[in-house]
Design a protein around this ligand. Sequence first.
Ligand code: TYM
Length: 335
Amino acid sequence: MRVVSGIQPTGNLHLGNYLGAIRQWVAMQDEVAAGGGDCLFFLADLHALTQPVVPAELANATVEMAAALIACGIDPARSILFNQARVPAHSELAWILNGTARMGWLSRMTQWKDKAGKDGSSQSVGYFGYPVLQAADVLLYKATHVPVGEDQKQHLELARDIATKFNLDFGVDLFPLPEPLISKAAPRIMSLRDGSAKMSKSDPSDLSRINLTDSDELIAQKFRKAKTDAEPLPEQVAGLAERAEARNLVTIYAALADRSVDSVLSEFAGQGFGSFKPALADLAISVLGPIRERLTQLLDDRTAVADALIDGAARATTLAAPTLLATQRAIGLQV
Ligand code: TYM
């Protein structure tokens, strides 16, 4: 097994990232290490360039996000943890795959359509081509499994299309098709203010998300202010069907407690949010508090985190080299 996944080093790590992706990364790390495979997790700093950047903040944000991943349980000794920009093969493969990807495929990406909306011409070329770099990220390591939130599924399907077309066009069997691994418990955590929008780093309202750096008081306050309805919790999952905000909070509870939604409902059925929200806040604080403490300690020694990234990049470069060479040969850039 070769597991590869990334996260953009912009904003704070939030509960959506944690439950949707990072917890899976940590679980895979244990499983894959036992079976002799590799896990590669990276900070997608090149992807961050597709939106306006503040140069003085990017490198810091990358180290802070790496520290947050370590605090969540990613072990730089067992997993290969690095930042994308330090492995130039990502950019080179992305450029080569730009020759394979089709404009029509990229135009159909939901993320592009949402953001570009009516004003696509003011977006960067990089933002349009973003999923090609993402395909390069996973194909470079011949990833077999890619643990991501549901919002990234379409990008992974595109990576599979690019791999298939490249193999076919050049008559090679170079890129295996990567499988997206989407968390069953928390495929899509929604905003605390709007049950129809995903929890996101870019939401202007900080009340919409729980950041892994939030204090216990702030976590409790955000859940207290979370949008809900006046009905008590139902006995069955079906009773949450038309109640997006209520469903989201129960999903968060179940994922944090590692329990099924059914079992959470059987405990809280008939109770209102006046009692459910404090229970949820207590649970979140018990899970996130220790992560925040580890993060604070790690940030006392940023150099150690930065060094771990340099070491990870060296290991990633070694794994990337044979695939890049084989790709260059397949298209005639090298003999
Ligand atoms: P990013 O940085 O937006 O998010 C990192 C991971 O967190 C997941 N996620 C969520 N899961 C559930 N609910 C949510 N509300 C939520 N918000 C975010 C994302 O699905 C993702 O798994 N393009 C990617 C980074 C990337 C990448 C890659 C991922 C670059 N190259 C190669 C996988 C493989 C991104 O912007 O994720």
